[in-house]
Design a protein around this ligand. Structure first.
Ligand code: SF4
Ligand code: SF4
Length: 510
């Protein structure tokens, strides 16, 4: 075999950053435009027909696809007993009652910071994954990838593998082709409808909504949402496919900025593979050619239709199917696997220079990844701590601004407040509302007589609600403007309390 060409310094990194695209649909056509005629910005779409392949990454992709689809379609049907006063759906976004349920966790609107925290964790999690293993999210778990993969399996099921599909595409329209298209698009439509239908189940009790939906009794927004999601799934998964990744999604652009020479990416080891030549040629001239037998299998299996031998590029979603394809070819021709492999650009340079690659664990443990992991874990721990220590009793107080106070005929001063007692448990509870501070003051509410005014009143608060009360606080003649607190105490075994400070307004002393 010919020794590898020496690499100019930085060449590998340049290859990663310069997006060369071998997909005929997206490749820039060589052109020499006249000086004042701009090249066309339009590139005609060419359908990608990925070939069936088996291998360890393909099997991992199957696993991820089955798990993610099972989670998406199945989660709304999981029941979770929260007692008689709360819904029994394990994951539910109850917009009407402004609650988010997730198994034992119930998020109230004032606790939205938990959702914000989870979204921040998801964002940092994506950075973490990208820093450690490149575009693994795009290659395995992104919904666009998962549904495109599913639709490509439908293509194979109905039309056959790559060559059969390419032949059918080129064939003129006739009864056979029309029947196949009809059958295939019907399956697309069923999957798309099921996908849209599953989405709305997260927003209402799934069995009830299903019955209402088919009886025509569901809300208009449910039908509209299913229609929109059916159409977008059908179009994006069935027809747009890799074009979403290459042209529409911003994430590949962000990721190229986040990748560096320490990130794991799918790489063709050109120092080992080049110059490429067919098996016949390389057998005739054993020292002339590299390991690549130019069989094009890596291109044939690629779901975005690119040639990884052109270097790292924006169209590569790092699904690693080309690794499976090339490993299979290498096994058949009796050469070592890994001509295409997950590798960092730094390791590629080491390998090209004849050194052994670093162990994978060392590759994953670089400082940026560890920093992302540290931040991600810290937010996770803080959220868990906040979840574990939060009280299920709360109070909010809104004083009346106008008028700030009223002078009563006996000289006493009255202020009015809107108080909300929050019972965040899924059972009714008796709660005591009391005044802390403001000597001599008593209070009463709209539903009681002023004569029974007291420093503490008790109300039964239904399960999982915030009970609004109109509260009047009266302080004796001569009381001055001052701060005091309302305190709520749950009258049960746990005896949780919460309090909030507010102002008592009074006329200035003469
Ligand atoms: S080049 Fe390889 S890793 Fe990249 S998208 Fe194509 S098959 Fe997947
Ligand atoms: S599958 Fe491997 S041997 Fe075949 S063309 Fe691709 S890199 Fe070369």
């Amino acid at each position: 075999m010919k020794p590898p060409d020496p690499l100019p310094e930085g060449d590998l990194l340049d290859r990663a950053l310069v997006a060369k695209d071998a997909n005929p649909a997206t490749a820039r056509k060589p052109s020499t435009p006249a000086p004042d005629v701009p090249p066309s910005l339009y590139e005609e779409h060419t359908t990608v027909h990925p070939k069936r392949i088996d291998g360890r990454f393909r099997r991992f992709k199957w696993l991820v696809m089955l798990v993610t689809l099972a989670i998406y379609y199945g989660t709304p049907w999981i029941r979770w007993d929260r007692g008689p006063y709360a819904p029994d759906q394990a994951v539910l976004i109850d917009l009407a009652n402004r609650r988010f349920y997730m198994f034992d966790i119930e998020i109230w609107p004032h606790e939205f910071y938990f959702v914000a925290g989870l979204l921040i964790m998801a964002g940092i999690g994506l950075f973490l994954v990208t820093s450690a293993v490149g575009r693994a999210w795009c290659g395995y778990a992104c919904p666009q990838t998962v549904w495109t993969d599913l639709f490509q399996h439908v293509d194979r099921f109905v039309d056959g593998d790559r060559n059969a599909r390419m032949r059918l595409d080129k064939a003129p329209w006739g009864a056979g082709k029309a029947a196949r298209r009809f059958w295939k698009w019907t399956i697309y439509l069923v999957i798309s409808f099921w996908t849209g239908g599953a989405w709305i189940m997260y927003f209402a009790d799934a069995p009830t909504l299903t019955r209402e939906f088919w009886a025509g009794d569901a809300a208009f927004v449910a039908y509209a949402t299913v229609a929109v999601l059916t159409a977008t799934t059908f179009w994006l998964g069935g027809f747009m496919r890799e074009q979403v990744c290459v042209y529409m999604c911003p994430w590949p652009r962000i990721q190229t900025a986040m990748l560096d020479e320490k990130s794991l990416i799918v790489t063709y080891k050109h120092w080992r593979g080049e110059p490429r030549g067919s098996l016949k040629k390389s057998q005739k001239n054993p020292d002339t050619f590299g390991d690549c037998v130019d069989c094009n299998q890596c291109v044939a299996v690629c779901p975005t239709g690119i040639d990884i031998r052109e270097g790292a590029q924006i169209g590569c979603i790092t699904c690693a199917l080309c690794i499976d394809a090339c490993d299979k070819v290498m096994k058949e021709v009796g050469r070592p696997r890994g001509l295409i492999d997950y590798a960092t650009l730094e390791d590629c340079e080491r390998e090209a220079a004849g050194h052994a690659p670093r162990p994978v664990i060392k590759t994953l443990m670089h400082p940026r990844t560890l920093i992302y992991f540290g931040v991600w874990s810290a937010i996770g721990v803080a959220l868990l701590f906040a979840l574990g220590s939060r009280e299920r009793t709360g109070i909010t107080v809104q004083p009346d601004r106008n008028p700030p106070y009223m002078l009563l005929s006996d000289g006493s001063v009255r202020n009015s407040y809107t108080v909300k007692l929050r019972n965040m448990q899924s059972r009714p509870r008796e709660m005591e509302l009391s005044i802390v501070g403001l000597p001599g003051a008593t209070m009463w509410t709209d539903d009681m007589n002023r004569d029974s005014a007291a420093r503490a009143i008790v109300r039964e608060v239904a399960a999982d609600v915030a009970l609004p009360l109109r509260v009047y606080v009266m302080a004796p003649r001569g009381s001055e403007e001052q701060d005091f607190s309302f305190k709520v105490t749950a009258l049960d075994a746990e005896g949780e309390t919460d309090s909030t400070e507010t102002a008592f307004n009074a006329p200035e002393a003469p």
